[in-house]
Design a binder for this molecule. Sequence first.
Ligand SMILES: Cc1cc2nc3c(=O)[nH]c(=O)nc-3n(C[C@H](O)[C@H](O)[C@H](O)COP(=O)(O)OP(=O)(O)OC[C@H]3O[C@@H](n4cnc5c(N)ncnc54)[C@H](O)[C@@H]3O)c2cc1C
Length: 321
Amino acid sequence: MSTACFARVTEELARGWMSLAGAIGGHSVITYLISTFGTPEQRERYLPKMADGSIRATMALTEPGGGSDLQAMRTHAVPDGDGWSITGSKTWISNAAHSGLIGLLCITDRDAKPAHRGMSVLLVEPGDGLTISKKLPKLGYRGIEACELIFDAMRVPGHAVLGGTPHQGWPQMMRGLEVGRIQVASRAVGVGQAALDAAVRYAQERESFGKPIWQHQSVGNLLADMATKIRAARLLTLDAAERLDAGQRADMEAGMAKLFASEAAMQVALDAVRVHGGYGYSKEFDVERYFRDAPLMIVGEGTNEIQRNVIAAQLIARNKI
Ligand SMILES: Cc1cc2nc3c(=O)[nH]c(=O)nc-3n(C[C@H](O)[C@H](O)[C@H](O)COP(=O)(O)OP(=O)(O)OC[C@H]3O[C@@H](n4cnc5c(N)ncnc54)[C@H](O)[C@@H]3O)c2cc1C
C-alpha cells in the first residue's frame, strides 16, 4: 500500500489502541528497509512471513549510553570467518520479547570517520549470544513491551548484512526513519483524535449551570482548538507520506509531521482531561490512558529536539544562499 494509506490505517489503529499501532511501528520500518534495500534472498526469506505476521520485526538503534547521538554508538560487529560477531547492548527496544527478526544498526568499521560511514544494518535472528531483558516498566504504551538486548559475541552469517554490502547502514536507516516518523506522527493523530472524540462526547453529556458544558465558551474554545490541531496534524502527516510516495526526500516533512502531531496529541490529551474534570483523572475513562500514551510520540523515533535539528539542517540545505 502507499505510505499515505499506511498512515491512515495506523491512525485508525492508534485511535483504538496506540500500543497496537506501535507493535507494527519498528516492524514496518524493517519491512520497508528489506523491500527497498534487501537482496532478493533477504526479501524472499523475510517479507512473506513479515506480511502474514509469523515474523515480528524490531528495530534496534538506541543504546543505554544514548539514543539521540547515534554516531556515538558502541555496539559493533567484527568479521568472524564467513560471518560477523556482534558485541554490545541496545535498550528500549519495542517488540523485543516476541521478535523473530532484529534490524540492528551497529558499527562494522570502527576506523571509519565520520562514524556513520562504518555502520551497517544487520538482520539478526534471535539465538545464542543474545539475551533479551525483562520488560522495562513504563508510564504508558503498556500493550507492547520494551526490553534491553545484550549481544555477547553473537555470531550471524555474512548474508545478514542488509543489501549484502557492509557499511551502508546509515543512509539505509535514515531513509527507513522517514517511514518511522510518519508512522509515529500517524499514531499521534490517532491518539489525538480519540481524545478529541471523547471530549466532544463528554462536553455534550455533562451539564453545569443548567447547560451542556460545551456551551461555556471556555470549553467550546478548547474543543475548537483541539479539533484544529488534530486536523492540521493529519494534513501535515499525509503531506509527508505523499512526498515519500512520490520518491522525494522527505526527512524534513516527516520531521515536521512527527514534531507537530506529537506535540498536538500531548496538548489535546491534556485538554481532554481538562474537559472531563475530575473524571479525566480516573482510570475509568480512556482519556487517562491517552494522556499517558501521548508523551511516547514526543520522545520515540528521535526526540522532537532532534526533529528540529533535522528540519533546520534541511531548511538551510534546500535554501543555500
Ligand atoms: C517506550 C519506548 C519505546 C522505544 N522503542 C524503541 C525501539 O523500538 N527502538 C529503538 O531503537 N529505540 C526505541 N526507543 C528509544 C528512543 O528512540 C530514545 O529514547 C530516544 O531516541 C531518545 O534517546 P535517549 O532516551 O537516549 O535520550 P538522550 O539522547 O539522552 O536525550 C536526552 C535529552 O537531550 C536532548 N538532546 C540530545 N541531543 C540533543 C541535540 N543534539 N540537540 C537537542 N537536544 C538534544 C533530547 O532531545 C532529550 O530531550 C524507545 C523509547 C521508549 C521510551
